[in-house]
Design a protein around this ligand. Structure first.
Ligand code: GRF
Length: 240
C-alpha cells in the first residue's frame, strides 16, 4: 500500500460513503523532464482531492525530475528509452508491458517528448491524456513545446492563451480537447513569465479534470468504469 492510499483514508465523515463505494483509478505517467504536472496530480491523490492512485511513472530520460519525484514518492518507476530499446517497436512494447503490469487505467502524458507507440495507443485507445500549454488547436503540433509555445503566442500578439487537456492520437496535439483554462497575456510578459502563469493553471486543471473523469462527470471513450453519479461544479471550461 503506498502513501497515496494512506492519505486518502483521512477524509471527513461526509465523504466516507464515497470512500467505501468509489472506484480507484490507476494512473500511469509518461514524463520526460521536470514532472511538475505529475507532482500536482500525485499531491491531489495524497490530499484526497483526486480519487486515484499513481501506479507507475515511466521516463525516456534517466535524469528527469519526474523519475526523481517518483522515487521520493515511492511510486514504481522505470527509465525506458532508446538506449535499452533501440527500435520504436521494442520501446512501445516495453512501455505497454509496464503500464499493464501496474494495472493502469489512464495514461497521462505529463511533458512526454516522444510519440506514444501504436500498440500502447491501441490498447489504451481513448484513455491517453496530454496537457498542452496553449489553447489548442492554436499553437500546437510539431515544434510547439516548452518555451517555443509561449514565444509563438507573444509573437502572434495574442491577448490570451491557456491550457488544454486532450485525448492523444498518432499526431502531436491533435486529439479531441476535453478541457481548457484561459490565461491572460500581460503587456509586459516575457516567454518565461507567461510560461510560469500557464504552468500554475496546468497544475490546477489536470487533477480537476481527472477527478471529473473518476466521478463520471467527464466521459472519455477509454474509461467508463468510474461513473459514480455524483455532481459537482467548477468554473473551468470543460467540454464533457
Ligand atoms: C508542461 O508545460 C506541459 O504542458 C507540456 O510540458 C510541460 C511539462 O512540464 N506538455 P512538467 O514536466 O510537468 O513540469
Amino acid at each position: 500500500m503506498n502513501r497515496c492510499h494512506d492519505q486518502r483514508r483521512q477524509v471527513n465523515a461526509a465523504e466516507r460513503h464515497d470512500v467505501v463505494h468509489r472506484r480507484e483509478m490507476n494512473l500511469g505517467f509518461l514524463a520526460s523532464h521536470n514532472g511538475s504536472n505529475m507532482q500536482a496530480i500525485v499531491d491531489a491523490c495524497k490530499s484526497g482531492a483526486l480519487w486515484a492512485v499513481p501506479a507507475v511513472v515511466i521516463s525516456n530520460n534517466s535524469d528527469s525530475g519526474a523519475l526523481a519525484r517518483a522515487r521520493r514518492e515511492s511510486i514504481p518507476c522505470y527509465y525506458l528509452g532508446s538506449k535499452a530499446h533501440a527500435s520504436p517497436e521494442s520501446l512501445d512494447e516495453a512501455i505497454l508491458e509496464a503500464l499493464l503490469r501496474h494495472s493502469v487505467d489512464i495514461v497521462i502524458l505529463a511533458g512526454y517528448m516522444k510519440k506514444v507507440g501504436s500498440k500502447t495507443l491501441r490498447r489504451f485507445a481513448g484513455a491517453v491524456l496530454n496537457i498542452h500549454p496553449a489553447l489548442l488547436p492554436k499553437f500546437g503540433g510539431k515544434g510547439m513545446y516548452g518555451i517555443h509555445v509561449h514565444e509563438a503566442v507573444l509573437a502572434a500578439g495574442e491577448k490570451e492563451t491557456g491550457v488544454s487537456i486532450h485525448l492523444v492520437d498518432e499526431e502531436y496535439d491533435r486529439g479531441p480537447v476535453i478541457a481548457q483554462t484561459r490565461v491572460p497575456v500581460m503587456p509586459d510578459d516575457t516567454p518565461e513569465t507567461l510560461a510560469a502563469r500557464v504552468l500554475e493553471q496546468e497544475h490546477a486543471l489536470f487533477p480537476e479534470v481527472l477527478q471529473k473523469i473518476v466521478r463520471g462527470e467527464i466521459a472519455i471513450p477509454g474509461y467508463s468504469k468510474g461513473k459514480q453519479g455524483c455532481s459537482g461544479s467548477s468554473d473551468t471550461d470543460v467540454k464533457a
